[in-house]
Design a protein around this ligand. Structure first.
Ligand SMILES: Nc1nc2c(c(=O)[nH]1)N[C@H]1C(S)=C(S)[C@@H](COP(=O)(O)OP(=O)(O)OC[C@H]3O[C@@H](n4cnc5c(=O)[nH]c(N)nc54)[C@H](O)[C@@H]3O)O[C@H]1N2
Ligand SMILES: Nc1nc2c(c(=O)[nH]1)N[C@H]1C(S)=C(S)[C@@H](COP(=O)(O)OP(=O)(O)OC[C@H]3O[C@@H](n4cnc5c(=O)[nH]c(N)nc54)[C@H](O)[C@@H]3O)O[C@H]1N2
Ligand SMILES: [Mo]
Length: 767
């Protein structure tokens, strides 16, 4: 770890800061392997980035990767490895004291490992022995007590096999990282517009006349999108941002791909307007914009001027407008200002800009979804779009910016705990078995089951569940009592080290590594944030000959666990992945028509989405206005000393993978142990810049939650809100603090108070 420095950063997103950051990471990980791969990243016929799910254009830049995409590739393609010698040298108890960064930084896992409680070490095991024991153990477990988790990175092929394995075993316990992420979207949108995914495509950026941007940190988490936003901004199109923090990537950008911009230091503004909404203030902010817009329309009607709303669209295509408009008219500005933390004049200004635009897109991320009222927040955003007919026309639409590179695709091919979302009858017909019909565990349900002791086996296709999920301390305690913990992984993480009675690490190939099977080298596929499907061809030699591909590991587990089924030939699928794609097509004929033939279509091939054609697959047959129940998204009863903790990603991490300790844009280097506090709150709470404090969480369930050692950093953040990094702070999030309908942990408004060092009281005392 380098020296700690905390000072504001003046540079743009992209630019030289980004170029330097890439070079530092590439240099560290073994230059040749990485630089040979990067030109193939996100290109048709190349490999799809392992970082975010942003769209891959049909006409890519010469270098179609961003700073963080390059870091992700470098991290996977590192030449460092940890073989049996490493595990012979370190006990699990010792490794448990290492920070997340160090665990992954030591290099790639190379061999299957089994935990040996006697020596407290992981020891090498052969693949066949591993499969035999895991199969035997799983067979002894009730299908309700086994969890099949997936982190959204595995390919469509591996994911399809994985869900089939779980269902043949008799379980619908198929939570995935989406349960902690965009599940609020997947629950909100079907009721509103009849599809579970966004409607925007890359082409819409050419036609749009206005962008509304809620709670997504583009410069860090989907930087390639800055290219599209730059184009939009250069056409002088307004981009109106709502975010508690002034995120640099949402302010200005220098394109590292443009020599002129780099040499001349030219910057493009991204947001034309920036409103620092309070954490959980979005429903109110959106209601304010809707209210102002409806008032403009009412006024125009009174004066006999052209109307502002798209009444033809509302009549023909929507349901529930009157009730919604009445609610907007009846909601007072006082209430809107109080809950959003924004001024009426700013929301009216937004409404006027929005009123002038004939094609508006709304994009959003975790700032909307990770709240108790995350589902209602997403529906509120749709309400605003519907008022002007902004779904199903060029330049318009809703864009949930997805996280993991194939998180959307995993849901498309059946990784879901919700049986009604999976074509179970089709699976029954194809594979001659009776699929379970019961509702499986979401992530939150799985956490509860682990804590209570009802979950006995946890299989993980990627990810780092104990770090990513809420209520860490309680979760780890339960996790240790499980019978079986199987982690299919590329790098070492804490979910391996918090061991259960029997624990296995099964190391797999990364997506960038060539995958040789009986029928030759294999390719895989994934779905991006705009619902387009892309083939991905790996480019690098595997780091170890002992690694297996994810499809091969899933097949190994399935064959060892299940009775043979003449209709499921796991070996044939592993030999030739095009056969898995045939099976996917047979299961989902509409989405995956001619799958193998279209695999490498430039720009990917699109899944059909009714809402794009204004066909509404909803209960009313129309797009629905949905009136929110309350006016805030956080759903908390605020008190004087309760602060709303926003858990944040730095610019130097991918979820629980910590690349380094530089959050360049926020000016924090050398540490992640900081808490961002508004200067007025600092004065009110008697906090000094640089002092160390402890965050104390909810305890109404008699569970004590606290996290200390955080250094106070005065920051431009709304009063009453504080920010600190995920995953460090996850022990402060009670399992039951989640979005109401989607069960996404509400990690963007965690109720906490601050305790000064040496202070014994549970609550911070106002000074
Ligand atoms: N480099 C990198 N890329 C990533 C990831 C990564 O960790 N690193 N993670 C991937 C994954 S899985 C995901 S889901 C995405 C996550 O990408 P994002 O959706 O950007 O998620 P966060 O970084 O958690 O931050 C969300 C933003 O919401 C703002 N925010 C917080 N609370 C509120 C609120 O109440 N209202 C509003 N309007 N805004 C709010 C925060 O200030 C922050 O700017 O990125 C993906 N891409
Ligand atoms: N407080 C708080 N909690 C959060 C969030 C938040 O914003 N705040 N965000 C939530 C969100 S949006 C998400 S998506 C989750 C993320 O939760 P997860 O998806 O479970 O976590 P990751 O950190 O992405 O997983 C990292 C691990 O994946 C493994 N891995 C990497 N590549 C591969 C591969 O190709 N194959 C396999 N099999 N394994 C691989 C590596 O071993 C690595 O250690 O966290 C959630 N938790
Ligand atoms: Mo995510």
């Amino acid at each position: 770890m380098s020296k700690v420095t905390i000072k504001p950063y003046d540079g743009p997103a992209g630019g030289w800061g980004s170029a330097q950051s890439v070079m530092r990471h590439v240099g560290r990980e073994g230059v040749a392997r990485v630089t040979a791969a990067l030109p193939q990243q996100n290109k048709t016929g190349g490999f799809m980035c392992v970082s975010c799910a942003w769209a891959k254009p049909a006409d890519p830049h010469p270098a179609e990767f961003c700073e963080n995409g390059a870091k992700a590739t470098a991290w996977e393609l590192t030449t460092k490895t940890i073989g049996p010698e490493f595990f012979a040298r370190h006990t699990v108890t010792e490794l448990l004291s290492w920070p997340d960064h160090d665990l992954e930084e030591v290099g790639r896992l190379t061999q299957p490992l089994r935990y040996d409680p006697a020596s407290d070490k992981y020891v090498p095991v052969g693949w066949p022995d591993a499969f035999v024991e895991i199969g035997r153990e799983l067979r002894a477990v009730d299908p309700h007590a086994a969890v099949f988790y997936a982190s959204g990175r595995a390919s469509l092929e591996a994911s399809y096999m994985y869900q089939l394995f779980a269902r043949l075993f008799g379980s619908n316990n198929l939570p995935d990282s989406s349960n902690m992420c965009h599940e609020s979207t997947s629950v909100a949108l079907p009721k509103s517009i009849g599809v579970p995914v966004g409607t925007v495509g890359l082409e819409d950026f050419e036609d749009t006349e206005c962008i509304l941007f809620f709670g997504q940190n583009v410069g860090t988490n989907s930087p390639r999108m800055l290219h599209q936003l730059q184009g939009v901004s250069q056409r002088d199109v307004p981009i109106i941002t709502f975010n508690p923090l002034r995120e640099r990537g949402l302010e200005r950008f220098t394109n590292p791909q443009s020599p002129t911009e780099m040499i001349l230091g030219q910057e493009t503004r991204i947001s034309s307007h920036y409103f620092q909404v309070e954490a959980g203030g979005d429903i109110a902010a959106l209601m304010g914009i809707c209210k102002a817009l409806i008032a403009l329309d009412d006024e125009a009607r009174a004066k006999g001027e052209p109307l502002v709303l798209d009444h033809a669209f509302i009549r023909e295509h929507t349901h529930g407008f009157e009730a919604f408009a009445d609610k907007a008219r009846a909601t007072s500005w006082k209430e809107i200002e109080r809950h959003s933390g924004l001024k009426r004049a700013d929301l009216e200004e937004t409404a006027r800009i929005y009123a002038r635009s004939q094609a508006t897109m709304a994009m959003y991320g975790m700032g909307l979804t990770q709240h108790r009222k995350g589902v209602e927040s997403v529906r509120m955003l749709v309400n605003l779009l519907l008022l002007k007919g902004n779904i199903g026309k060029p330049g318009a639409g809703i864009l949930p910016v997805r996280g993991h590179s194939n998180v959307q695709g995993q849901r498309t091919v059946g990784i879901s705990e919700k049986p009604e979302l999976v074509p179970l009858d089709r699976l029954k017909e194809l594979y001659g078995f009776e699929p379970p019909r019961w509702e499986g565990f979401s992530t939150v349900d799985a956490c509860e089951g682990i804590v209570e002791g009802s979950v006995q086996a946890f299989i993980s296709l990627g990810g780092n569940f104990v770090r990513a999920a809420p209520d860490r301390d309680r979760l780890e305690e339960g996790w240790r009592k499980m019978r079986l913990n199987v982690q299919v992984s590329t790098k070492l993480n804490r979910s391996h080290l918090v061991t259960s009675e029997i624990s296995y690490i099964l190391p797999c190939l990364g997506r960038t590594e060539t995958d040789q099977q009986a029928a030759g080298p294999q390719v895989v596929s994934m779905e991006d944030s705009t619902a387009r499907i892309h083939g991905s061809r790996p480019v690098a030699t595997p780091i170890s000959e002992h690694l297996r591909s994810e499809p091969a590991i899933v097949a190994g587990l399935a064959k060892a666990t299940l009775d043979p089924n003449p209709k499921v030939d796991w070996d044939a699928w592993v030999a030739d992945y095009s056969k898995i794609r045939d099976a996917i097509e047979a299961t989902y004929p509409d989405d995956f028509k001619d799958f193998n033939q279209r695999l490498f279509q430039p720009g990917g091939f699109a899944r059909p989405l009714g809402a794009r054609e204004r066909k509404w697959d909803t209960d009313t047959g129309k797009a629905n206005f949905v009136v929110p129940e309350g006016m805030n998204s956080h759903g908390l009863d605020l008190t004087e000393d309760m602060l709303r903790l926003i858990t944040l990603r730095s610019n130097d991490q991918f979820n629980t993978t910590i690349y380094g300790y530089r959050d360049r844009f926020r000016g924090v280097e050398g540490t992640r142990m900081v808490v961002f506090v508004n200067p007025d709150d600092m004065a009110r709470l008697g906090l000094n810049e640089g002092e160390t404090v402890t965050l104390v969480g909810e305890s109404r369930d008699q569970v004590h939650r606290e996290f200390g050692g955080l250094r106070v950093v005065g920051y431009d953040i709304p009063k009453g809100c504080i920010g600190a990094y995920y995953p460090e702070c996850n022990g402060l999030v009670p399992i039951w603090h989640h979005a109401e309908e989607s069960k996404v942990p509400a990690v963007k408004s965690v109720p906490v108070s601050i305790r000064k060092n040496g202070q014994s009281a549970m609550q911070a005392q106002p000074s």
